[in-house]
Design a protein around this ligand. Structure first.
Ligand code: AMP
Length: 320
């Protein structure tokens, strides 16, 4: 998890828990669509659980996808309500299959093509009203709505409500090493700041942040400085933000002061999250039991949907 994910998505998920009935899935079935190592898959699944708990996602709202097999079951049924043509036109499939095609053996799994159908099942199995997606996921949500529409039409009942995207104003965090590109892991180590990094590393990365490359027009704030101000605001350092912005307007801003304030803000957040995580990991066994129980609880809703879907589609609906 880097500060791009954190400010751009995770803090929003934490906030949404106050106003909505939320469920958040750790999607290990999805993680199998690209080349993966079995031992690492399980380790990453738990690691993500610990990380999300450390940021403030409540345990009762977290489930692990493969513990709710109804996701895969509904995915199969939805496959029969989805056209091959539409799947092959998905932008993310094209990007990822190109990427996979360049890898060692050029293997592109059918799971990668089917990924958005499983995603539709993830959403509709809970009969969700809203999905807090980024703009990059708009196309997939549209597919989900298409599947729901077709399903309702075929079974002759408005069973699924069409889920809406829930857009929230979130900052777009840029790479501190190259503020013209998004902070992202895929661009390499210097292009993202890990939320779980130690204090020294975070301070060092902010210290070396690009500020002014001399390419900015007169009277315009450079992308690097603007990104640092954005990070400062996202860290909740309102007073420091105002005072440094005053300096900027008066042509008196010292980059070293801005960087110092940003580093302070990020380190505070990181320290809090790292401390939370240490407490969680110290009680790993217990936490795993809690998440298994929350998954079982969340599964009840998914099970009800599958039961209804079997009834509606003419599949046998009997208990063995
Ligand atoms: P990813 O792990 O890249 O798929 O990102 C997970 C979530 O974090 C998505 O909803 C993204 O929109 C969001 N996100 C990722 N990178 C950034 C960034 N640099 N700035 C803002 N949001 C981001």
């Amino acid at each position: 998890m880097h500060f791009g994910n954190y400010f751009g998505a995770v803090t929003n998920w934490v906030e949404l828990q106050n106003s909505y009935d939320c469920v958040y899935g750790i999607v290990d079935y999805h993680a199998m669509t690209m080349p993966f190592k079995p031992a690492k898959l399980r380790e990453n699944t738990w690691e993500l659980v610990f990380n999300l708990l450390a940021t403030g996602i409540e345990a009762k709202n977290i489930f692990i996808q493969s513990l709710v097999p109804e996701h895969a079951e509904l995915c199969w049924i939805f496959n029969c309500f989805t056209s091959y043509g539409q799947l092959s036109r998905m932008t993310q499939f094209k990007d990822k299959s190109n990427q996979a095609g360049e890898d060692a053996d050029g293997f592109i799994s059918a799971g990668l093509l089917d990924y958005p159908v499983l995603q539709a099942a993830d959403i509709l199995v809970y009969r969700a009203d809203y999905v807090p997606v980024g703009k990059d996921q708009e196309q997939h949500l549209e597919l989900t709505r298409n599947i729901a529409t077709r399903f309702n039409l075929v079974v002759g009942k408005e069973y699924f409500t069409l889920p809406e995207p829930l857009y929230t104003e979130v900052p777009k965090v840029m790479s501190t090493a190259d503020p013209s590109r998004k902070m992202s892991k895929s661009a390499g180590a210097k292009h993202y700041i890990n939320v779980f990094a130690d204090e020294q590393t975070i301070r060092k990365q902010i210290k070396s942040a690009v500020t002014d490359t001399g390419e900015t027009k007169a009277g315009e704030m450079s992308a690097g400085v603007s990104n640092l101000f954005e990070l400062l605001k996202a860290s909740g350092k309102k007073e420091a933000w105002e005072s440094l912005m005053d300096d900027y307007r008066n042509n008196a801003l010292k980059y070293v002061d801005l960087k110092e304030a940003v580093a302070e803000g990020l380190v505070e957040i990181s320290t809090q999250i790292r401390n939370n995580k240490a407490a969680i990991v110290a009680d790993k066994k217990q936490v795993k039991e809690i998440i298994k129980a929350s998954s079982a609880d969340i599964r009840k809703k998914a099970h009800q949907t599958i039961t209804d879907v079997k009834e509606l589609t003419g599949l046998l609906n009997v208990k063995l």
